[in-house]
Design a protein around this ligand. Structure first.
Ligand SMILES: O=C([O-])CC(=O)C(=O)O
Ligand SMILES: [Mg+2]
Length: 194
């Protein structure tokens, strides 16, 4: 199910900033969040998170700069390789990634604000693992459902996830019916009653 459908099903909440996109257009992502806060320009806590997150997790990394952070590549081919070995499902990064050609070959879903050559420091101070983080206007807690695709990333509270998925399926069924009616010659404005 697409991120936009789930966002509608969730009552139009949970969309992360639109600038956070997959490094390869075709990638999709789904799994429970493991939140990480890293100080700007530092990625040692992201390395630590690989070994703290349960298998199947999506790392969701806040950098404290709320999007004003185009200049670091927090994640690259080494971290993707390590994350695959650790059985993680993907990463959502409120900052840049690098080694994009290799990342695309590896296929591990990396969602970032863009690409940056610059490497990060390793000071072991100021990071937090597994506690809620805020990206854009969205608070992300451990276990929340994270779904990403080329449209972007949506985060659904764990307590809402089952109901939102059910509603998403209903929406997709309804939209399939609308497509059939359009094919049959009806007009969108008539179907919706606009
Ligand atoms: O050096 C880093 O920590 C990020 C990186 O390029 C890699 O993971 O390959
Ligand atoms: Mg690298």
């Amino acid at each position: 199910m697409g991120s936009a459908t789930l966002h509608e099903a969730a009552g139009r909440v949970g969309a992360l900033p639109h600038a956070i996109k997959p490094v390869a257009d075709t990638w999709t992502l789904a799994g429970p969040a493991f939140p990480v806060f890293t100080p700007p320009g530092n990625n040692v806590f992201i390395h630590d998170a690989l070994y703290a997150a349960p298998r199947g997790s999506v790392l969701v990394v806040a950098t404290g700069l709320h999007g004003h952070d185009p200049e670091w590549g927090y994640w690259g081919e080494i971290l993707s390789h390590a994350a695959m070995v650790a059985g993680l499902a993907g990463i959502v990064l409120d900052g840049g990634a690098r080694d994009a050609t290799r990342l695309r070959e590896q296929g591990f879903p990396v969602f970032s604000r863009g690409l940056s050559i610059l490497g990060t420091g390793k000071d072991r101070a100021g990071g937090i693992l597994g506690e809620p983080v805020t990206i854009g206007t969205v608070k992300v807690s451990a276990g929340d459902l994270v779904v990403g695709d080329i449209d972007g990333v949506v985060v659904i509270a764990a307590s809402q996830a089952a109901a939102v998925l059910d509603d998403g399926v209903r929406r997709e069924d309804k939209e399939a019916t609308i497509m059939r009616r359009l094919t049959a010659g009806e007009r969108s404005v008539d179907i919706y009653g606009f």
